[in-house]
Design a protein around this ligand. Structure first.
Ligand code: SAH
Length: 346
């Protein structure tokens, strides 16, 4: 019999299971709180010994482990390599900002979106993660931090496309927000998508105050289609319409991610086209110096071009910043760390 991953479940669902086992329903709150603190069944000392035994036999307390942590020598960033129970690997990044610890969470093993600059997608998508497997990444990061603090911010920007694993991602958001668990404010959470508009429209109706981040990377369809296959299925006009709908319904500012790639999307004319596209939209542009991925022949734009692009956007009254490069020495770009630990392909 397959063992149940309890981190996938809300207290009500744990309660139903516990009642089936002849336990009082209030045990569900205790169990939920222990699980989200990362306590193994054996140490859940408010639960009866016999129940702990049954749980250990038929359920999973933590569906993954921290295989290795790679602290940056340059800043406070740490890259994590996690091993799932089926031996698949995913990665995460823990960053320290002035406002606290922020964790980048993976939503899938690999990714099927095929973006030309991204290492996560090189082997396609192996499988989606369950909500509990995403919660476990936060639990393990908290365990790693110990007395040094707790994860206060989460970005769904690790490997995978959240909108391609929609239900599990929304469940994850509600689980980490639960007051009896991690109680993380969803105002401190960003969900990043390559632009699956159906997902954006659905998310707008969930009533979750998360920040939507859209990986745009180009100011028009022709250019976007060259680097992001998803742009063929979801043209810019429908994407922007879904984003405007998101802003209207949630009242929240949307963030656009734009990686500057040498010779491709970083001319001043692109900045002007981008500014025109985003005009009158409540948004912020996050310019990212492209992380070079050795399997891809795309190169980062030179610093002076990045600065000029930023200044042009600001001159045109578009709120924009350049993302700080963190952990550049530990394989910062998506999917690089996992790839370096995969068996070599023949
Ligand atoms: N699938 C989602 C979330 C994961 S990718 C999405 O596409 O948004 C997280 C962010 O990293 C995205 O903005 C993605 O475009 C960007 N990214 C991927 N590879 C990169 C690279 N080599 N350099 C810079 N940014 C990269």
């Amino acid at each position: 019999m397959e063992r149940r991953i309890l981190l996938d479940l809300f207290p009500e669902e744990l309660g139903a299971w516990l009642v089936d086992q002849g336990q009082p329903a209030y045990r569900a709150q205790q169990l939920f709180a222990w699980l989200h603190r990362g306590t193994p069944f054996a140490q859940m000392h408010t639960l009866p010994q016999a129940l702990r035994q049954t749980l250990a036999e038929s359920c999973v307390d933590l569906p993954m482990s921290l295989r290795q942590a790679f602290p940056s020598q340059k800043d406070d960033t740490v890259k994590f390599l996690y091993a799932l129970d089926d031996q698949n690997l995913v990665e995460g990044v823990l960053m320290r900002y002035h406002y606290g610890h922020s964790l980048c969470v993976s939503t899938q093993v690999g990714c099927k979106m095929g973006c030309a600059f991204c290492a996560s997608t090189l082997e396609g998508c192996v499988r989606s993660l369950s909500a509990g497997e995403m919660v476990a990444q936060v639990v393990l990061a908290n365990r790693y931090l110990g007395q040094r603090g707790r994860v206060g911010h989460v970005v769904l920007m690790g490997s995978g496309e959240p909108m391609d694993n929609y239900d599990a991602c929304v469940r994850f958001l509600r689980l980490i927000n639960h007051p009896q668990g991690l109680n993380l404010s969803l105002r401190n959470v960003s969900l990043s998508t390559c632009g699956l508009t159906d997902g954006i429209r659905r998310l707008a109706q969930e009533g979750l105050p998360v920040t939507l981040s859209v990986s745009l990377h180009a100011p028009n369809d022709a250019l976007r289609q060259r680097i992001m296959p998803v742009a063929k299925a979801y043209p810019m006009a429908s994407l922007m319409e879904a984003v405007r709908d998101y802003v209207r319904r949630t009242g929240r500012r949307v963030v656009f991610e734009y990686a500057l790639i040498d010779g491709l999307n970083c001319e001043l004319s692109h900045a002007r086209e981008l500014a025109a596209l985003l005009r009158s939209l409540q948004c912020h542009v996050n310019l990212i110096p492209l992380n070079h991925v050795s399997e891809r022949d795309l190169r980062p734009a030179p610093p002076q071009k990045i600065r000029a692009f930023l200044e042009e956007l600001q001159r045109l009254r578009i709120s924009a910043t350049v993302r700080r490069e963190m952990g550049a020495d530990i394989g910062g770009a998506c999917g690089q760390l996992r790839r370096s630990h995969l068996p070599t392909q023949s």
